[in-house]
Design a binder for this molecule. Sequence first.
Ligand SMILES: [Zn+2]
Ligand SMILES: [Zn+2]
Length: 350
Amino acid sequence: MTHTTVAAYASPAPKAPLAKTTIPRRALGEHDILIEIKFAGICHSDIHQVNADWGVGTYPMVPGHEIAGVVAEVGSGVSKYALGDRVGVGCFVDSCRECENCKAGDEQYCTGAGGMYGTYNSRGRDGEPTYGGYSTHIVVDENYALRIPEGIELDVAAPLLCAGITLYSPLAHWNAGPGTKLAIIGLGGLGHMGVKIAHALGAEVTVLSQTLSKREDGLRLGADHYYATSDPATFEELAGRFDLILNTVSANLDLNAYLSLLRTDGTLVQIGGPEHPMEVAPFALIPGRKSLSGSMIGGIRETQEMLDFCAQHGIGSEIELIEATQINEAYERVQKSDVRYRFVIDASTI
Ligand SMILES: [Zn+2]
Ligand SMILES: [Zn+2]
């Protein structure tokens, strides 16, 4: 078998607008499945990578790691999926499978050479460049695909593959549930998923946003409280309040001010990835035995757990569905935070 050629939207060079093109997809290996992509979410990190904000990547670059579709073909040894199954692909398509983290199901923290194999802007096990979800089809090893349960539409499921798991994983790791006083900083693509999931887990959810402009949305999505961080009174009123704070903001914040909102033994988890370092005063952590931590997406097993949980609780992303020709415009709007709350590309328009 030889590779197949499929349609995709790619950026030909750093910062260049995306345009329609064709890309190769590898021939189906024994454990591979061919997915007909139905929907692909636009993650802010797609834009960072197209713009080479985190270093120059490989071009042409086909972004997209929030992929939902159906199985269109299976390799001879595939046992987990059958034709027509509803499946998703997230931020990675393989990993070393041998390191401590892979064995523990934390493939996202793979310590093998090169780490996890990114869904795009990376290399596959075959050494060839990987191309993401802004495309009509993708070939992936069955062990790195996820089952999308009945009960979630594929369009609102797509963003769960990155935004959903990015919030679910720390909520699960730090045992957010009934009795947990949780704050989420930022109500964007990530934050809005956190509000929905944390509310379904039973936590008491507070949104900390720059202004109150999205307050109604926040409360509708499941937040119990909503505060503006531009108001200094917020920090006085909420001092020592939270067990757990998830910071989804990708810009530098005064972490010390937010650490002051933790109660004893509380943890602030950094999820957003600002470009520049942030200063932390030791005495923001020492009194109260506070922790500052980080978290990145989730492993395959945990991502499946998240999808099952979301289906059970009727949770999908809030989306604006677009055609492929609107991708560049959508990128501009994401950079202005002008989206409620995730753009999703209808792959039938590619
Ligand atoms: Zn992402
Ligand atoms: Zn590994």
